[in-house]
Design a protein around this ligand. Structure first.
Ligand code: ZN
Length: 233
């Protein structure tokens, strides 16, 4: 079985295990072909889709749920959430194959159930498997619609929650860009900041946010071919 127990590497955002895009079998990272169906893996497609999926799952599902729970409150705690785990990055990839690639919802449900079965077997290794093991079909529907809203520019989200999510993305975007972070730091830490310094700092925040929002999206013609072997698994 593919899931291993290495510790989560949050910085590098490397997947801790892989999934076969043909039959949805969990695989050891670095596998050249699927243990179950023999399909060879397109590593570049897998990794690029993983990065995007992780982004929509993290901000569009995890942070959304967090901030939906705090609606109307003042002085909200703004923790840096630990990523929910690769089981959800791969489930997000399945959802994206429906949203972007046009894979039918019936197929997605089969993929969800197949991934959940494997999560149950691998719950002791975690990487999100414990939570996925417990996920109901109606929670999967909610997950689907959260990923959809995130993919379509955080649409259909209440304004307050959207603002909270964008604030998180901005803060992360700045912390991931040392040059912009340094420039903003110099501007906001001046002893006597002038309006033009504040304006420039805001421009830099906006630049960092735009860069992150413009993250490369997976291509439809790739995702549309996913899960062709799901019935045979
Ligand atoms: Zn396979």
């Amino acid at each position: 079985m593919g899931v291993n127990s290495t510790s989560q590497n949050m910085q590098a955002n490397e997947p801790q295990f892989w999934v076969c895009t043909h039959c949805a079998t969990y695989l050891q990272s670095g596998s050249e072909e699927c243990d179950n169906c023999g399909q060879s893996l397109d590593v570049s497609v897998l990794e690029a889709t993983y990065q995007y999926s992780r982004y929509v799952v993290y901000y569009g599902h995890q942070y959304r749920k967090y901030y939906e729970g705090l609606r109307g409150q003042e002085n909200k705690a703004r923790p840096s959430l630990a990523f929910i785990g690769d089981a959800f990055a791969w489930l997000g990839m399945a959802v994206l194959s429906g949203i972007v690639g046009g894979v039918s919802y019936d197929v997605l449900k089969t993929v969800f159930i197949r991934m959940r079965d494997q999560a149950r077997k691998n719950a002791k290794y975690d990487h999100g498997c414990q939570q996925l093991a417990e996920m109901t079909e109606s929670e999967f529907e909610e997950f689907f619609s959260n990923i959809y809203d995130a993919h379509t520019g955080f649409a259909n989200i209440p304004n307050e929650v959207r603002a909270d999510i964008l604030e998180e993305i901005t803060a992360d975007a700045v912390s991931e860009d040392p040059i912009i972070a340094h420039q903003i730091g110099k501007l906001v830490l001046r002893e006597d900041p002038k309006p033009r310094h504040k304006k420039r700092a805001l421009e830099l925040y906006r630049m960092a946010l735009d860069k992150k929002l413009a993250m490369r999206k997976p291509k439809a013609n790739v995702l549309t071919k996913f899960w062709a072997g799901i019935d045979k698994s």
